[in-house]
Design a protein around this ligand. Structure first.
Ligand SMILES: Cc1cc2nc3c(=O)[nH]c(=O)nc-3n(C[C@H](O)[C@H](O)[C@H](O)COP(=O)(O)OP(=O)(O)OC[C@H]3O[C@@H](n4cnc5c(N)ncnc54)[C@H](O)[C@@H]3O)c2cc1C
Length: 349
């Protein structure tokens, strides 16, 4: 889209859920957008690929709702610890299952069709002459933090049989989710405490981490089913919660703004919702109706108020799910039919 007189361009760095959906929504409002992505589409990403908590209205407002029309509808969940089934339940609201390989590619195509300037395969390096400035939005996902103890791993398993649309397996030092996506595939994605003694790569790394968590039967299921090796990916070194935006003069959306623990299956929804919060403010800035510092401070206020509660609850829950003591407490509550699953599910979205 060519520059329009009297309209400020928006420049987005990062073509994930937040950056691409923001870009499409701004183009729909005739605002010229340039989006720079370090990798190229399509590509696999570490993600549970389970979308829950975002409304159809939000997706519609962003101009991407139809891209999810054929996503799998997920209705049931079952949670397990190392000894077996802890509880199973219908999901309070149906969730969506679609690979990032497919979803991000579709959004990138929509962005380009709408006339967006999409630059792929070019990492923004933040050199002095490229310092974030007015009209500049960072949607670069999880910032790398070397002090993090966590590693995320994922792979697609064609035809792996499931006992529920979403299986969550809680192990000694991490958890793994299995969720249905397109073409009869199952996405296996887990978050594990990093171990120095695991040297395996690809799908074997995933099975080895699962085994090291005490989930031997699950590791056997994964090995027996076999992964699509191209889909194997890993990510390490990130922290949860609000990211250190105080030091940033940039407008940060999605995970770059705040990271919710993955067990919630709400990170992508938060990325869409943060883009939705940003659209009217960036549109007003672009048309010269709102000064950049005001757009930035209003966005931060709105995002803090919208996400504060779920971030606090899920950060409090994360250690419960990822430690043996917490998991034993969970099993006990479930056996006594005292586990408020529906309430926790709603409170974390
Ligand atoms: C193990 C794990 C499981 C998860 N499971 C789920 C789940 O089931 N459901 C769910 O909703 N969420 C889940 N999440 C969270 C979800 O993946 C994120 O919340 C979501 O991807 C955030 O979207 P985003 O657009 O902010 O960032 P991303 O999707 O990470 O996109 C950021 C983009 O920016 C690009 N980029 C980064 N740096 C630069 C640079 N310098 N220059 C140019 N481009 C750059 C990257 O290449 C990337 O494409 C999970 C996360 C993990 C770690």
């Amino acid at each position: 889209m060519a520059a329009i007189e009297g309209v400020n361009d928006i420049r987005i760095v990062g073509g994930g859920i937040a950056g691409l959906s923001l870009g499409v929504a701004l183009l729909n409002r005739n605002i010229p957008v340039r989006l720079q992505e370090a990798s190229s589409f399509p590509r696999h990403r570490v993600c549970g690929e389970f979308i829950s908590g975002v409304s159809g209205e939000t997706l519609q407002a962003l101009g991407v709702r139809d891209l999810l029309n054929d996503a799998e509808r997920l209705h049931s969940t079952a949670w397990y610890d190392r000894t077996g089934l802890v509880f199973s339940a219908p999901l309070p609201e149906p969730a969506l299952g679609i690979s990032r390989y497919r979803l991000d590619q579709r959004m990138a195509e929509r962005f380009a069709e709408k006339g967006g300037d999409l630059i792929e395969g070019e990492r923004f390096r933040g050199r002095k002459e490229e310092k974030p400035s007015q009209g500049f939005v960072l949607a670069t996902g999880r910032p790398v933090r070397t002090e993090s103890h966590w590693i995320g791993l994922k792979a697609h398993f064609p035809g792996l049989p499931l006992e529920a649309d979403l299986e969550m397996h809680l192990g000694e030092d991490g958890y793994l989710g299995l969720s249905r996506i397109e073409n009869g595939r199952v996405n296996a994605c887990g978050l594990f405490r990093k171990r120095g003694d695991v040297s395996a790569k690809g799908e074997e790394a995933l099975a080895t981490y699962v085994e090291a968590c005490g989930l031997d039967r699950l590791a056997g299921r994964l090995r027996e089913s076999g992964a699509d090796s191209e889909s194997c990916s890993g990510v390490s070194a990130f922290l949860f919660g609000a990211q250190d935006r105080a030091k940033e003069s940039a407008f940060c959306i999605g995970d770059r703004g705040s990271i919710i623990p993955p067990f919630t299956g709400n990170g992508m929804s938060m990325a869409f919702q943060s883009a939705e919060l940003a659209v009217p403010l960036l549109a007003a800035y672009s048309k010269g109706e709102l000064a950049w510092p005001d757009a930035l401070s209003q966005y931060r206020k709105r995002a803090t108020s919208k996400f504060r509660r779920r971030l606090a609850i899920s950060r409090w829950m994360h250690p419960i799910l990822s430690t043996p003591i917490g998991q034993a407490m969970l099993s006990n509550l479930s056996r006594k039919h005292l586990l408020p699953f529906g309430m926790i599910y709603r409170a974390t979205r």
